[in-house]
Design a protein around this ligand. Structure first.
Ligand code: CS2
Ligand code: MN
Length: 361
């Protein structure tokens, strides 16, 4: 397991790399290029510059999150072939820079979404919060405005102002697209990119939809064990794998996260672990909590034990954190609580590892 930390680059992140370097056990940065529009090829020089900045700080860059997928690919428009070719070119450049894992998602229009980006918790911290009943009464353009306002001056990943400025137009394009078509479009995309990923040795890791159910009538398919099973078989290659996000999938209590880790891990399809805890207060209402095992609805011990038992050697990151100690930062991506999460998860890992080594002797 390689403990990793997401970093949004020198222009977009308020946290200096040198602070991340001081979190015990964190060795890897999960990074991306943000100034190239979705769908265009990431230039090798830009990737190398990012890598060298990270290495100068004493950290490594082997995992990229995300290379976002152009909307035309999700929609299955004729223009998709050009964007798939660009995606392959990006993968080749990433491979040349030594990148091993690329995370992406296949959510129409929106990336992860919440109804409150700073919900106060009883301990005085704030956290990301989602209530389906609030969503039901909201117009999508109001949600976009709320997300922008709550973002604290940061551009949230997957929430590019320019693209979402045309939200009504975007939603109209999806009017007749159902789950089956979205599956077909994902299959087409994977058929287009996986041969390149195989050739250059990049493990593709699809991130689950967050929340894992349809929103605003838009289909969402990366939501359950059965669907993940179908996705890894769309193109049957070890390079067609998963980024298992405990918080995203865990919002639906029917998803047994440790069982999924064991299952897809044994298949060799688990390439990235996002580990975070949430409280599911009632169906459709959940919020993010501290990572501690008993702080939320998902047992972080069971999750880390499952990663350990499958012999997981890939990247894991604490995913989101709350805002604590008066920190001002990008919602979900402050320094303090994610650092606590990384160290806590690592502590669980060390204990599980030591215990299993003792049992073997
Ligand atoms: C989110 C997403 O849950 C998460 O990790 O922060 O933005 C995620 O990075 C993307 O959906 C992955 O493509
Ligand atoms: Mn995640």
């Amino acid at each position: 397991m390689q403990m990793s930390f997401r970093w949004y680059g020198p222009q977009n992140d308020s946290i200096p790399l040198k602070y991340i370097r001081q979190i015990p056990g964190v060795t890897n940065i999960v990074g991306a290029i943000y100034h190239i529009p979705v769908g265009e090829t990431w230039p090798l020089a830009d990737i190398l510059a990012l890598k060298s900045e990270i290495e100068t700080a004493g950290l490594t860059l082997k995992t990229v999150e995300s290379v976002n997928v152009h909307e035309d690919i999700k929609l299955g428009l004729p223009t998709r072939d050009r964007y798939i070719a660009n995606y392959c070119a990006t993968l080749k450049n990433l491979a040349q820079a030594g990148i091993e894992v690329v995370c992406y998602n296949f959510m129409p229009v929106f990336d992860w979404l919440r109804t409150d980006l700073a919900k106060p918790l009883p301990d005085g911290s704030t956290a990301l919060y989602y209530d389906e009943e609030i969503i039901a009464g909201l117009k999508p353009e109001i949600l976009v405005a709320q997300m922008e306002k709550g973002a604290n001056g940061f551009e949230l990943p997957g929430w590019e102002k320019k693209r979402l400025g045309e939200i009504k137009k975007l939603l109209a394009l999806y009017k007749n697209l159902d789950e089956e078509q979205l599956f077909a479009n994902l299959g087409y995309f994977l058929a287009g990119i996986i041969p390149t990923a195989e050739e250059c040795g990049i493990k593709m890791a699809i991130h689950p939809d967050d929340p894992p159910w349809p929103v605003f009538g838009l289909p969402r398919i990366v939501v359950s064990r059965a669907n993940l099973e179908r996705i890894v078989r769309l193109v049957d290659s070890p390079f067609n794998g998963l980024a298992l996000c405990s918080g995203a999938l865990g919002a639906d209590p029917r998803n047994d996260i440790p069982a999924m880790i064991r299952h897809f891990g044994a298949m060799g399809r688990l390439h990235f672990g996002h580990v975070r805890n949430i409280i599911v207060a009632r169906p459709g209402l959940f919020y993010e909590t501290a990572h501690k095992d008993d702080s939320g609805s998902i047992s972080m011990y069971d999750v880390m034990k499952a990663y350990h038992d499958i012999g997981y050697t890939g990247p894991i990151r604490p995913d989101h954190g709350r805002m604590i100690w008066g920190e001002e930062g990008m919602p979900g991506y402050g320094l303090y609580d994610r650092a606590l999460g990384a160290v806590y998860l690592h502590g669980l890992w060390d204990a599980i590892k030591k215990q299993s080594e003792g049992e073997k002797q």
